[in-house]
Design a protein around this ligand. Structure first.
Ligand code: ADP
Ligand code: MG
Length: 285
């Protein structure tokens, strides 16, 4: 797969800040994948996104977009990328639909935003002024706005922040569909749930540095507990036993339970993304 973004030894500091906010990070976002930057507040996630979308320019290191230096790419870049900022940006005196019509007018390519508004539950509120929208409604409209030009690369900063679980799931479904149709996503978030369910690649970001870059599956295998926990009923009482995954096929005690007992639950030892984050970053959450 082509490299959508390649970032090499990126450093950045805001005017007046004492030390670098981004301290020499390198990573690659490949076309067609969802890349998740995960980290606590203040880690440098939004700053990284702003550099990648050409909002902040005085960085050192290299950023390339589909093999070209980002600094050499002109405004046509914005035809190709979609950006969801952390803070929703809309005209509050215009309705939701008017906002989408207005912003859509900037682009040559368009997505079916009416359909998207319907899916995120905003179609019935399309004629309400955005100033009267709830926080969650503004967040959903912000997401639709990011998709307006049917972008080649979609940037989403804290995309589910402030959403209830049902709406968060709908948005994640739309992101997954977009990716399955070949879209590329750069997502930054402090929410473990987002990365676990959405991302093909996860990078842990703390204090301007990246710790581990890996797939959710590799992370789970690497940091997961290799055991199986089994709960079964015996004389009306629930009992629990833990077996090592290695050699489970020849473990007679395990097999005896499987064959003879009323099993209630079986779980392989899962380490949550939260635990993995704490292990990888040394507790910097
Ligand atoms: N405009 C700015 N001017 C000065 N410092 C900033 C500015 N924006 C962010 N910072 C600082 O940069 C660091 C990283 O911020 P940010 O990229 O927003 O982190 P995150 O998105 O991971 O929460 C923080 O210490 C923050 O205070
Ligand atoms: Mg942020």
């Amino acid at each position: 797969m082509a490299s959508a973004f390649r970032i090499d030894n990126l450093c950045f500091n805001y005017p007046g800040s004492k030390e670098d906010v981004i301290k020499g990070i390198s990573f690659e976002v490949r076309e067609g994948e969802v890349f998740g930057l995960l980290g606590p507040s203040g880690a440098g996630k939004s700053t990284t996104q702003k550099i990648m979308i050409k909002l902040l320019e005085n960085y050192s290191g290299e950023v390339s977009y589909f093999g070209r230096n980002l600094k050499d790419i002109n405004k046509s870049f914005y035809e190709e990328v979609g950006v969801g900022f952390e803070m929703p940006v809309h005209f509050s005196k215009m309705t939701g639909l008017e906002n989408m019509e207005f912003f859509s007018g900037f682009y040559k390519k368009h997505t079916n935003y009416k359909d998207l508004m319907e899916r995120v539950g905003l179609w019935e509120y399309r004629n309400v002024m955005v100033g009267n929208y709830s926080k969650g409604m503004k967040v959903r409209l912000n997401f639709v706005r990011a998709m307006l030009n049917n972008p080649r690369v979609l940037f989403l900063d804290e995309v589910t922040n402030g959403l209830d679980p049902i709406n968060a799931r709908i948005i994640k479904e739309i992101i997954t569909e977009y990716r399955n149709q070949g879209g590329t996503v750069f997502l930054s978030t402090h929410l473990m749930n987002d990365v676990e369910q959405l991302c093909d690649v996860i990078a842990f970001c703390v204090n301007g540095k990246l710790h581990e870059i890996s797939t959710p599956r590799e992370l789970k295998l690497k940091y997961g507990k290799r055991d199986i926990e089994i709960e079964y009923k015996e004389s009306g009482i629930t009992r629990k036993e833990v077996f090592l995954l290695d050699g489970i096929g020849n473990n007679e005690d395990f097999q005896y339970i499987i064959r003879n007992k009323e099993i209630e639950t079986i779980h392989s030892g899962e380490t949550s993304m939260e635990e993995i984050f704490i292990i990888v970053t040394g507790g910097a959450l």
